[in-house]
Design a protein around this ligand. Structure first.
Ligand SMILES: *Cc1c(COP(=O)(O)O)cnc(C)c1O
Length: 388
């Protein structure tokens, strides 16, 4: 059925938004057929954002772990994470629909920064909703968005994190849908958002496949990526879905699964509806969505993209968990051995490989480094003092 991945996905939204989703679907179809629009995006990818990002053979880490590790360097993309692939694409779609205003929600602030960046570049008015808790722990990104000209509105309702920011953005969209496009930041939300975001992020996997074939002269045994909503993971997985390559998505386990303060949606959740789509969801015994927690704001989302739910059920992708302390270990190992300070989100993928090193022994592994860690230094300092 249209808009579904197996039984997951769909459009569970207010009637007022169906028209906007149809309009977006139609604009996306036109975009994919339009040579000039694709060229505009590819030029921006190359000359503005810095694509292709390198695939880097991490020799020191490989020696340390006893496997062959290649890092896909989305941390080197302009504005510091993979998010810009999606926001540049959707900003061009906004122009296609003749809309004059962009809104977005943000958790870690990376999607807000990437949206504000694309909006500044293309001259579009931009409003970003951010939970108060996130605004505090991701202050550098708050300042960045304001410098880029975005109107950042701090949300003081609900969990005051990503979940409440999305609710406010949806409310704004319902009121202003005539002139406003809502740029969702991950492969979540009602159809066609999961499809559009995956399409714009699939450039990661396309490049990674070409690069590993050229450098290692073979496909990898495994591709590993962290999963919040799931866009960097879908993006890199898309390049290898049809190949005999093991795909592993790593969710944030928070302090521990027992404490209940975690965000391992696919490992611990059950199917339910959140933000317009049916997918795995962390909920309590009464079906209420729970407040989630991990050290990385970008993985603090109680849901996950519907395509991931489908890939889990079909068994094509395996999903694992990395706890806060294991992610910190990944963060330190990569910083010290390779001189690369990863985002705490990406450190979950690294930490998973480090803790499962016996499993990966002798294998060729691609880890997607979804972003850089500058934004997280305050969190690291608060956790460890100056002795990191
Ligand atoms: C936002 C973010 C994530 C999580 O989002 P996905 O949609 O799961 O990719 C991961 N890493 C970084 C660096 C991010 O900014």
């Amino acid at each position: 059925m249209k808009g579904y991945y197996g039984e997951y996905g769909g459009q569970f939204v207010a009637e007022t938004l169906i028209g906007a989703l149809d309009e977006l679907e139609e604009a996306f179809k036109r975009f994919k057929k339009d040579r000039y629009a694709r060229k505009e995006l590819n030029d921006l990818f190359k000359n503005y954002a810095g694509r292709p990002t390198p695939l880097y053979y991490a020799k020191n880490l490989s020696d340390y772990l006893g496997c062959e590790v290649y890092l896909k360097r989305e941390d080197l993309l302009h504005s510091g994470a993979h998010k810009l692939n999606n926001t540049l694409g959707q900003a061009i779609l906004t122009k296609f629909m003749d809309k004059k205003r962009i809104i977005a929600e943000t958790g870690a602030g990376q999607h807000g920064v990437a949206t504000a960046t694309a909006a500044a570049l293309l001259g579009i008015e931009c409003v970003v909703y951010m939970g108060k808790v996130d605004a505090k722990r991701q202050r550098p990104n708050l300042l960045r968005m304001r410098l880029l000209g975005a109107d950042v509105r701090i949300v003081e309702k609900g969990s005051m994190t990503l979940k409440s920011a999305i609710n406010e953005a949806l409310r704004d969209w319902v009121r202003n849908v005539q002139n406003t496009h809502y740029i969702l930041g991950s492969v979540v939300g009602p159809y066609p958002f999961p499809e559009i975001v995956a399409y714009f992020q699939s450039v990661i996997g396309k490049e990674a496949k070409r690069q590993i074939l050229s450098q290692a002269k073979r496909l990898p045994d495994c591709v590993v990526a962290c999963v919040g909503g799931g866009s960097n993971a879908i993006g890199v997985f898309k390049g290898f879905l049809k190949d005999d390559v093991e795909l592993i998505g790593v969710e944030a386990g928070g302090e521990s699964l027992e404490l209940g303060r975690h965000s391992a949606t696919l490992t611990e959740g059950k199917p339910g509806i959140l933000h317009g789509a049916l997918s795995y969801l962390l909920q309590d015994e009464f079906g209420q969505v729970v407040n989630v927690h991990s050290i990385s704001a970008g993985l603090d989302y109680p849901g996950v993209g519907p395509e991931h739910s489908y890939l889990k059920n079909t068994g094509r992708v395996k999903y694992g968990v990395c706890f806060d302390n294991e992610a910190l270990e990944g963060f330190k190992v990569l910083s010290r051995l390779e001189g690369i300070i990863p985002a705490l989100e990406s450190a979950h993928a690294v930490g998973y490989v480090v803790k499962s090193r016996d499993y990966f022994k002798g294998k060729t592994v691609v880890i997607n480094i979804s972003g850089r860690g500058d934004k997280d230094l305050g969190i690291i300092e608060a956790l460890e003092g100056n002795g990191v």
